[in-house]
Design a protein around this ligand. Structure first.
Ligand code: A2G
Length: 436
């Protein structure tokens, strides 16, 4: 709010006569707890209730709230449907959903039907039907939902978006992005620790390996498109003057997960006989209505350093995250790269300029802080969020569309127009401001 300044006692969102946003947390595993910690840095929210089927997680969440001097939240989670009792609470304004993927859409639908401003973790939906469900439920209820894509708030991404808005790259032509993250120690653990130490998944594992790995068994698709495509969609105004038209996808063979099991669990481990459908590298090419292409990579089963692989290219130059380099015609030497550092500094986003130290210093990685800030500020105002149900649907649709394309030797798949024609007149979101 107005008059906020950065002083030692500064709390994000502070404003004297602000009404507080009452929040319910659905899912307080590793991700939900991270959101909770960022919420507890603010003084404009109350955590009214927390829900998780694992009592050790709700216990931890309650402790975190009360340690910060908050009132003890109500606890839900006696069974998988107890979240509906949380949604029935009249005094909750907004909910954050951070649960296994297969619960996302149904929980978000129930939350919107209950009139709660809804924050939904990525990926939002698993099938085209679920994508439509998010859009239709938003339209039927008039309740807002925001897809909580944190990478849209990464410092370099917002600086590049700032450069895009100032036309530094010229007319946009081509993008690359993806989720390139060695998840082998996320997909397997020993049932005692969340990451690695064994080759179990499903019932015998805990945390993400308990539910996430199964998607690699049953689906050959880009399983996790939004970290890459979310930031690009903001840059090229998807659903706001532009839209995804179609895609083609290809997958390699699948060797990484099987090799990992054999190497760490032995050939005789029962999981050594599991056949993983997910190809190690899945590559999709999207065409947009404005004539750009976007190459999206999904690469989670092989040893490799983390990179979302961004490239943003226009008629006047390009940025590549790998190599941290930029070329701008007429500014950088012809045919040569310039380090991206001084560009990223020069075009640093107003939010990061203002609150970057607080966000990073608070030990919460910055971008997570800003995505939660955008959610809370939008919910307090009751306005549409920066990334809405149409974005959640269009971005998540890459999973089912890539699956069908791969199954059919790269046959092009049309994206549904989730805006039903409104993309032509919807105005680009104003990303470049210092409030949220
Ligand atoms: O790996 C990363 O932190 C991902 N986030 C997150 O979404 C999740 O997949 C995690 C594995 O547990 C980003 O890449 C921004």
């Amino acid at each position: 709010g107005a008059g906020v300044s950065v002083v030692p006692s500064f709390v994000f969102g502070a404003s004297p006569n602000m009404t507080k946003l009452n929040i319910g947390m659905i899912g307080v595993g590793l991700r939900g707890t991270n959101h909770l910690e960022n919420l507890l840095l603010r003084d404009d929210v109350n955590i009214i209730a927390v829900c998780d089927i694992d009592p050790s997680r709700t216990k931890l969440a309650v402790e975190k709230v009360t340690e910060k001097g908050g009132r003890k939240p109500l606890v839900f989670g006696k069974d998988e449907h107890d979240y509906k009792n949380l949604l029935a609470l009249d005094n909750i304004d907004a909910v954050i959903i951070a649960t296994p993927w297969l619960w996302h859409t149904r929980m978000a639908k129930d939350a919107m039907r209950a009139g709660k401003y809804t924050g939904l973790e990525v990926s939002a939906a698993n099938t085209l039907e679920e994508c439509w469900d998010l859009v239709n439920t938003h339209e039927e209820t008039g309740t807002h939902m925001m897809i909580l894509e944190n990478v849209n708030y990464r410092r370099d991404i917002l600086a590049i978006l700032n450069m895009v808005r100032q036309n530094v790259f010229g007319e946009l032509v081509h993008f690359r992005c993806g989720y390139q993250h060695d998840l082998r120690e996320v997909k397997f653990n020993n049932g005692k620790q969340p990451y690695g130490g064994g080759v179990e998944f499903g019932e015998k594992a805990i945390s993400e390996a308990r539910w996430r790995t199964q998607h690699s068994v049953t689906r050959n698709a880009d399983l996790y498109p939004t970290h890459g495509v979310g930031p690009i969609a903001a840059m090229c105004d998807i659903n706001r003057g532009n839209r995804f038209l179609s895609l083609t996808s290809h997958a390699t063979k699948s060797v990484g997960l099987h090799n990992y099991i054999v190497k760490n669990g032995g050939e005789d481990h029962p999981n050594a006989s599991v056949k993983f459908k997910l190809g190690d590298i899945v590559t999709s090419t999207i065409e947009t209505a404005n004539g750009e292409t976007i190459i999206v990579t999904h690469d989670t089963n092989l040893p490799r350093p983390y990179s979302l692989g961004f490239r943003v290219q226009g008629a006047n130059g390009l940025w590549e995250v790998d190599g941290n380099r930029i070329h701008i015609a007429g500014v950088t030497e012809a045919h040569h790269w310039d380090s991206a550092d001084k560009w990223l500094e020069k075009y640093d986003h107003p939010l990061w300029k203002k609150y970057g130290e607080l966000a990073t210093g608070a030990g919460h990685g910055g971008m997570d802080f800003f995505v939660i800030n955008a959610f809370v500020e939008s919910a307090k105002l009751g306005v549409a969020p920066p990334m809405d149900a149409y974005d959640a649907a269009a971005w998540s649709a890459i999973t089912p569309l890539s699956e069908v394309s791969i199954e059919n030797n790269g046959e092009p798949q049309d994206f549904p127009d989730f805006t039903r024609g409104n993309w032509i007149k919807r105005k680009p979101y104003d990303w470049i401001k210092d409030t949220y």
